[in-house]
Design a protein around this ligand. Structure first.
Ligand code: DOR
Ligand code: ZN
Length: 430
């Protein structure tokens, strides 16, 4: 592995309060130095980063890699290639695979496959309950020992309050984060869209925003009871934001994420019945979008996570009501979040906090900073380059994105994991 010198970029490292022009030297898989005017030794690869941002590698704490069991949608190999192209140096793999990641054997398989074919780091997330059935707790201790960094039944909500209480108590003893897909399924009743004016007009069954916030409210009571660390997956509604803000004010150990699509699209995007706009939770009203944007800006929502959810034409080329929920997101997330920077909603430092430093801190992962001595996981971002999203060119095995044809500005130019270049957009290395 050659040493790499990232020269003359804008180094944005909010974990150390750094936002300044500097060179970054990567040696032996670690960040060696961050200073102005580092001389390149013979044999060092020099990357000119003028007008680029040099940031700690992006970390996606909510990715569906679909392996094992649904490799026709995505695999660890294709999913991590998409991640690298999107500027991510690490992804957390959600456990709703086939079989679900509810045992040590499945976690070990994911870890081994990631080591064999993974292009970026993969951190498995284990199930909260066996088979994600919401009945009996999974062996969280085993899952953690095998490499799981959190537990979640994502895709499903832990509906039974007593089971959720036990899950939080058990996870607390292990210091494991519990990530909830907050959805009261009696209230949502499989509604494929957000309940509101748009769903009424276009004739889709709606699920109310309260299906999410009812569950968040319940869970916050259980967090107060148990003291466990709790994280809301894909927060999407104004009321959820209000509850989170209040919970943080009370000092509860609560964090939350929002997806790029819930930050940038409203329920009006479903008006053309494009099934790639069917996601769960559904795209919400403008008022909800405004609320999650404000919450991301003020830190009430800690993290942007993609909920990259690949599906094949088998699941998506059907009626909206029948279609599977989910859209891919790894290769569009950064550009969509850069729209928030361009709109002055986020500073570059806040963007890097939400996409790297915060997920690293919440999950206790390496990275999230360019402090000398830390892992050489680095993303070089061109914040200005214009490009158009062409689904046929994406690395993901699936194509289910509503962002095809969207004019984007800004993208990852270079992605480095442990000092190795895993993605390069164009000739930058000289
Ligand atoms: O839209 C979604 N897709 N939401 C989820 O919670 C699960 C995910 C999936 O696995 O497809
Ligand atoms: Zn989910």
């Amino acid at each position: 592995m050659a040493d790499i010198l990232l020269r003359g970029g804008r180094v944005v490292d909010p974990a150390r309060n750094v936002d300044a022009s500097a060179d970054v030297l990567l040696q032996n898989g670690k960040v060696a130095r961050v200073e102005a005017g580092i001389a390149a030794a013979v044999g060092t690869w020099v990357v000119e980063c003028k007008d680029q941002w040099v940031v700690p590698g992006l970390i996606d704490m909510h990715t569906h890699l679909r392996e094992p069991g649904q490799e026709y949608k995505e695999s660890i190999e294709t999913g991590t290639a998409a991640a690298a192209a999107g500027g991510f140096t690490a992804v957390c793999a959600m456990p709703n695979t086939v079989p679900a990641n509810d045992t040590r054997a499945v976690t070990e398989l994911v870890v081994r496959r990631a080591r064999e074919v993974g292009i970026v780091r993969v951190y498995p997330i284990g199930c909260i309950t066996q088979g994600q059935k919401g009945e009996n707790l999974a062996e969280m201790g085993d899952l953690q020992e095998a490499g799981c960094v959190a537990v979640s039944d994502d895709g499903k909500c832990v509906m039974n309050s007593e089971v959720m209480r036990r899950a939080l108590e058990y996870a607390r003893g292990l210091k494991l984060l519990v990530i909830q897909h907050a959805e009261d399924t009696n209230l949502s009743a499989g509604g494929p869209a957000h309940e509101g004016a748009a769903s009424t007009r276009i004739g889709l069954r709606g699920q109310p925003a309260a299906a999410e916030s009812v569950m968040v409210a319940r869970d916050l009571e259980l967090v107060a009871l148990t003291g466990a660390r709790y994280h809301v997956a894909h927060a999407s509604s104004a009321e959820t934001v209000r509850l989170l803000r209040d919970a943080k004010r009370r000092g509860l150990p609560v964090t939350a994420e929002v997806t790029p699509h819930h930050l940038t699209l409203t329920d009006e995007a479903c008006a053309g019945y494009d099934t790639s706009t069917r996601v769960n939770p559904p795209l919400r009203s403008q008022a909800d979008v405004d609320a999650v944007r404000a919450a991301l800006a003020d830190g009430t929502i800690d993290v942007v996570a993609t909920d990259h959810a690949p599906h094949s034409p088998v699941e998506k080329d059907v009626e909206f009501e029948q279609a599977a929920s989910g859209m891919i997101g790894l290769e569009t997330a950064l550009a969509l979040c850069l729209e928030l920077v361009a709109a002055n909603l986020l500073t570059p430092a806040a963007l890097v906090t939400r996409m790297s430093a915060a997920p690293a801190k919440i999950l206790g992962l390496p990275g999230g900073t360019l402090a000398p001595g830390s892992v050489a996981d680095v993303t070089v971002i061109d914040p200005q380059v214009a490009w158009t999203c062409d689904p046929s060119k994406l690395r993901s095995r699936s194509r289910n994105t509503p962002f095809g044809g969207r004019a984007m500005r800004g993208r990852a130019m270079l992605t480095v994991v442990a000092g190795n270049i895993v993605f390069e957009e164009e000739k930058l290395v000289g």
